[in-house]
Design a protein around this ligand. Structure first.
Ligand SMILES: NC(=O)c1ccc[n+]([C@@H]2O[C@H](COP(=O)([O-])OP(=O)(O)OC[C@H]3O[C@@H](n4cnc5c(N)ncnc54)[C@H](OP(=O)(O)O)[C@@H]3O)[C@@H](O)[C@H]2O)c1
Length: 342
């Protein structure tokens, strides 16, 4: 397969390159594309250094499979014409996720939509937080029928790309040695960068993306995408998305209600068997998911499974995914694997 990674120098793009290598995806030729800023940069793949090319010079002509993570504007510009010419485009941006003709896919949850005939040429990869939530509740929905979700997220700075990670690191360095002052900070003196609306070091920010009518775009995405992936247009979802000073790994606290009873023990049995999930649920022994435990691994970690007293249809769960791997590049490569396996 002649594969192009569009946005190859980014946080997600770099993961694409390593995951294609790790999983021995049948790549005959790999074309690495980014903006003109990084043309000429070299990225290792299968023991060789490949040169990054500027997307503007190259286009996607002759590419069988394009894995895109260069933002919505690039995807909107490139994807329709590339798909028209026969390139299968798996897109990580939000540009096509809610398009009625574009499947939004987590292979373990609704991978069957990829088997349609003719095969889709544009496939959208869901939002990284939606993936964590739907991976955790999807298997439970199959046995008990999900009716509502209340979610709070704790999202890492790499969710905004490499620039978000740089901003956190810079602020931590600036505040080094001022730990005492942080108990009564001089607000005007706190470092503010360009990515996050407030200081992210030693802080949490209940804003991911812009506000529209009181909700952030991230919160709306989480609701709309969960409904689409689970094929539950009536699902009630209320989300609060929060940015935290974690480098990699999104966490979600989930309050899920089902149409029938589901005990924590049954939920554990179901999740223990579910593909792509690792159950980490022995809190007395300190075993529960954390972002540092999920960073760099493929599975979504799920734990802290509890039932509120007198609510047999409701469960509380805590889950973490690596937002750059299962939340982005790994999920997209799994989509490609399913398309090319058939
Ligand atoms: N980070 C996550 O957790 C995550 C998860 C799911 C989906 N996504 C989505 O994936 C996309 C990329 O995210 P990221 O976190 O990897 O961002 P990032 O670290 O900022 O990387 C962006 C990549 O896009 C390239 N790029 C930007 N403008 C371009 C242009 N005009 N033409 C060609 N290439 C261009 C950049 O190239 P240069 O190096 O040349 O600037 C870089 O390779 C976004 O749509 C994001 O919403 C991200």
């Amino acid at each position: 397969v002649r594969v192009a990674v569009v946005g190859a120098t980014g946080a997600v793009g770099r993961q694409f390159v390593s995951i294609l290598e790790e999983r021995s995806f049948p790549v005959d030729e790999l074309v690495l594309l980014a903006s003109e800023r990084s043309a000429g940069m070299r990225i290792p793949f299968r023991g060789r250094d490949l040169t990054v090319q500027a997307l503007s010079d190259q286009g996607l002509g002759g590419v069988h499979l394009a894995l895109l993570s260069a933002g919505g504007d690039v995807s909107r510009r490139m994807v329709p014409s590339a798909a028209e010419s026969g390139t299968v485009c798996v897109d990580n941006s939000s540009a096509f996720r809610m398009h009625p003709d574009v499947p939004l896919v987590i292979p373990e949850v609704n991978g069957q939509v990829l088997d349609a005939d003719p095969r889709p040429r544009i496939i959208a990869n869901p939002n990284c937080t939606a993936i964590a939530v739907v991976m955790a509740v999807g298997p439970l929905h199959r046995v008990a029928g999900l009716t509502s979700l209340i979610v709070s997220s704790y999202q890492s700075v790499s969710g905004t790309g490499m620039k978000g990670v740089r901003e956190l690191v810079e602020q931590v360095e600036k505040l080094h040695g001022q730990e005492e002052e942080l108990s009564h900070p001089e607000r005007g003196a706190l470092p503010i960068g360009e990515v996050f609306p407030r200081t992210i070091a030693y802080n949490v920010i209940p804003q991911c993306d812009q506000f529209v009518d009181g909700w952030t775009i991230e919160e709306r995405k989480l609701a709309a995408e969960s409904r689409k992936i689970l094929d539950l247009p009536e699902l009630r979802v209320a989300a609060t998305a929060v940015r935290v000073p974690v480098v990699v790994g999104h966490s979600v606290s989930i309050h899920a209600t089902f149409s029938g009873p589901l005990s924590p023990a049954d939920a554990r049995r179901v999740l223990a068997e579910a593909p792509g999930i690792r159950l980490v649920d022995d809190p007395e022994r300190g075993e529960y998911p954390t972002p540092l435990d999920v960073a760099g691994i493929d599975d979504v970690l799920v734990g802290r499974i509890r039932q509120p007293e007198g609510e047999p249809n409701t469960l509380l769960l805590f889950a973490c995914d690596d937002n750059l791997r299962k939340g982005a590049a790994l999920n997209a490569v799994q989509i490609a694997e399913r398309l090319y396996a058939s």
